[in-house]
Design a binder for this molecule. Structure first.
Ligand SMILES: Cc1cc2nc3c(=O)[nH]c(=O)nc-3n(C[C@H](O)[C@H](O)[C@H](O)COP(=O)(O)O)c2cc1C
Length: 202
């Protein structure tokens, strides 16, 4: 699959087939792709916890209060140890760790799409509970949970709908009120960045 196709096809999946088993090797491939994301100062802050234990996966779903998380055979938990980044970059270190995580996660989402696998970036969870379930040290941040499975059916057209209402690009060399729609046309909208969620930018 070429990159454009993967970018276009990637979408969050919250309904997974219950019966199909995914090859372990494919999950590893996705983690390897994630690990090739850029690193601030080449300092790798990101750790991947591959969870397969059914009870632990269930506990992660509870930690997230999101039932679909338990409908998969694998959850990759993205963690960051920002200590070295903070040593080098002081108070920017924490932000760099989050950014490294974001870059790694997006790589992983695209690779999973290419492999025909489905996931959803889950960022809402009790970090304390996730740490307890996976024995993650206090000093480590839990950035995201990525449940990995096979998509159950497809919601036709949902992607297009979402793109109409999403992504604003500010084009005035600053955080400006000009927004660019997906076809490249510009609109003046001083409230755009506050009410972006369902604004039609066509
Ligand atoms: C930082 C972050 C946290 C997210 N947390 C959750 C989450 O906890 N649960 C969930 O269902 N989706 C979560 N999502 C996925 C978004 O809801 C989803 O990406 C968005 O609706 C756009 O849809 P798409 O991924 O299909 O393009 C999160 C996405 C991001 C970037």
């Amino acid at each position: 699959m070429d990159l454009d196709k993967a970018i276009k096809e990637r979408h969050s999946v919250r309904s997974f087939k219950k019966t199909k088993k995914i090859a372990y090797q494919q999950v590893i491939e996705a983690i390897v792709a994630a690990s090739k994301a850029p690193l601030a100062g080449s300092i790798a802050a990101i750790y991947y916890v591959l969870v397969q234990d059914k009870e632990k996966i269930k506990a992660l779903a509870v930690a997230a209060q999101q039932d679909f998380v338990e409908d998969v055979d694998y959850v990759v938990v993205i963690c960051a140890d920002r200590k070295d980044l903070e040593r080098n970059y002081y108070d920017r270190g924490k932000m760099y760790a989050h950014q490294e995580a974001g870059a790694a996660i997006e790589n992983m989402l695209l690779k999973l799409t290419e492999l025909g696998l489905a996931t959803c970036w889950v960022g809402a969870f009790s970090e304390e509970t996730v740490k307890r379930v996976l024995t993650i040290p206090d000093s480590i941040d839990v950035e995201a949970l990525l449940p990995i499975g096979l998509e159950l059916g497809k919601l036709a057209g949902i992607k297009d709908l979402k793109r109409v209402s999403g992504s604003l690009v500010f084009t005035g060399n600053e955080f400006s009120p000009y927004i660019m729609s997906m076809d490249g046309s510009l609109t003046l909208d001083s409230a755009a960045y506050k009410g972006y969620t369902y604004r039609n930018i066509n």
